[in-house]
Design a protein around this ligand. Structure first.
Ligand code: KIV
Ligand code: ZN
Length: 512
């Protein structure tokens, strides 16, 4: 067995049951600038429930009647997840949780000297008494009680232990340690949790903030040291730099620790997107698990590896979290990646054509641009068009008009090697010619002329006409065509055929 695997087996011990308490709707909503409507909270709570978190902290009912309403509505959905309401250690706050029909309260009070002296202006004794009274009040009303000593990690050890001992005696069912300012390191977290587990038998929870980017690491080590529950938020949103991220914690537990957590990880990406959309807090592209680059590859060596076996450069497969793999074409791309993409689109280029596309991608990359799939198809189609591998060629054109007769165009086309001819009338010779083309190609493609621009690029009676057109097909493919000719009808026909030929090549290549 691999050395790391042996180490994992021997040293990584986790509790039999790890509870996940998601606080996206409470601490996450405290992200500066975020406010969710009741309907939005319901959408997120439902998705969290379907994903499988044990508990959802839905808000702070005492803070507004809207918060009571949304908590009550979410509770009335009858979800499997336990619905939790936040409360200061005040009867008023606990009563608001009861008013919202919830049966689980998360009650807290600041315990550090800074909070005692500058925020609460309370003595240690008053803090203990207030905490105990709130827990007793909640227990008297049949609630399950989780207690947090806010700013626990900056609270003097003996006082912190005294507070927890007292609330446990008063009936607290869970004790939670908030690292309110995210100042823990993994080794400090390990020390703290080990001490707590030595002193208390009550189930232990952790609520770690991310001010130094350590929230997930600290939460993992806390669980390794015996913590029974982790507070998390989707996308790691929350006060300031946020909380331990749900997706990072869950996937670390499942994929790196091999822990059997009963959640549906395939819902993670869409959960992250929903929260990003409703909160307006967009994820950086390099956000672990759910960022747009989490499964994106550009460099030739990586793409080659991933195409042969995705595990070479992906620790988990994108499908595991409902995400998808992206091969990005840019300055670091190798020819294999480009060939493989073209193959996906059924585009067959000669070596010479391929090298031109390859060089173009590299030169765009040097200008700081990467290429998406549509742009690749368009580059390849341009090469096919330039090589005259065009399905439709103009073989003949005859025009007649005047003497009260409608303008008529007779058009002869070679379509995939077969010559066809027809005559059509129109409001003018260009219209008649385009009608004839439409009727000749109707079996092959259904084309709309979206835009037609005619410009004379030199003056005089022998002026050159330049025609630019945009056409589309019934599948929504769009392409441009351009032609310059002394004959305006001829320029129009050739521009339209140029555009239709590209549409046919796109259609053939993408099977849209
Ligand atoms: O970070 C914190 O201390 C909190 C408390 C309300 C538990 O969110
Ligand atoms: Zn918090």
């Amino acid at each position: 067995m691999h050395e790391i695997e042996t180490f994992k087996k021997e040293h990584l011990r986790l509790p039999d049951k790890i509870y996940i308490l998601d606080t996206t709707l409470r601490d996450g909503e405290q992200t500066p600038g975020v406010a969710l409507t009741i309907d939005e909270k319901i959408q997120i709570a439902t998705k969290l429930n379907n994903f499988g978190v044990d508990k959802i902290e839905v808000g702070f009912p005492a803070s507004s009647s809207g918060e009571i309403d949304s908590a009550r509505k979410i509770k009335s959905l009858g979800l499997d997840s336990t619905i939790v309401g936040l409360a200061r250690t005040l009867k008023f706050d606990v009563n608001a949780v009861i008013d919202a029909d919830l049966d689980y309260v998360h009650t807290f009070i600041g315990t550090s000297r800074l909070h005692r002296d500058y925020k609460l202006k309370m003595s240690k004794e008053d803090i203990v008494q207030t905490a105990v009274e709130a827990v007793e009040h909640a227990k008297d009303h049949g609630l399950t009680v989780e207690f947090s000593a806010e700013d626990a990690t900056r609270t003097e050890g003996p006082f912190l232990f005294e507070v927890y001992r007292e609330v446990i005696d008063a009936g607290a069912d869970f004790i939670d340690i908030p690292d309110t300012l995210g100042i823990l390191t993994p080794s400090l977290a390990a020390f703290l949790i080990t001490e707590f587990k030595r002193n208390f038998k009550t189930p232990l929870s952790v609520h770690f903030h991310n001010d130094f980017g350590l929230a997930t690491a600290n939460t993992l080590i806390a669980l390794e040291c015996g913590a029974n529950q982790a507070h998390v938020t989707v996308n790691g949103i929350g006060e300031r730099t946020g909380n331990c991220s749900l997706e990072e914690l869950v996937m670390s537990l499942k994929a790196t620790y091999g822990y059997a957590l009963d959640v549906d990880t395939t819902r993670l990406y869409s959960l992250s997107n929903l929260v990003g959309r409703l909160t307006g807090v967009k994820m950086p592209v390099n956000k672990p698990i759910v960022g747009e680059n989490a499964f994106a590859h550009e460099s030739g060596i990586h793409v080659q590896g991933v195409l042969n076996n995705s595990s070479t450069y992906e620790p988990i497969s994108p499908e595991t979290v409902g995400h998808s793999r992206r091969i990005i074409l840019g300055k670091h791309s190798g020819s294999n990646a480009i060939r493989s993409k073209l193959k996906d689109y059924h585009i067959d280029l000669t070596d010479e054509q391929f090298n031109k596309v390859f060089d173009e991608i590299k030169s765009l990359g040097d200008k700081g641009k990467s290429i998406n799939d549509d742009e690749l198809v368009s580059l390849a189609v341009n090469e096919l068009v330039a090589a005259r591998e065009t399905p439709i060629l103009l073989k003949g054109l005859g025009l007649s008009s005047g003497n009260g007769v409608s303008p008529t165009a007779t058009v002869r086309l070679e379509i995939n090697g077969v010559e066809k001819e027809t005559a059509s009338i129109g409001v003018g010779p260009i219209d008649a010619a385009l009608n004839a083309i439409s009727s000749l190609i109707q079996e092959d493609i259904d084309v709309n002329l979206e835009e037609y621009n005619l410009e004379a690029i030199t003056g005089g009676t022998d002026a050159l006409a330049e025609v630019f057109v945009i056409t589309s097909d019934s599948k929504g493919n769009v392409s441009t065509g351009r032609s310059t000719n002394q004959d305006v009808v001829m320029a129009s026909i050739l521009a339209v055929l140029d555009s239709i030929n590209k549409l046919l090549l796109i259609k053939k290549s993408t099977f849209k």
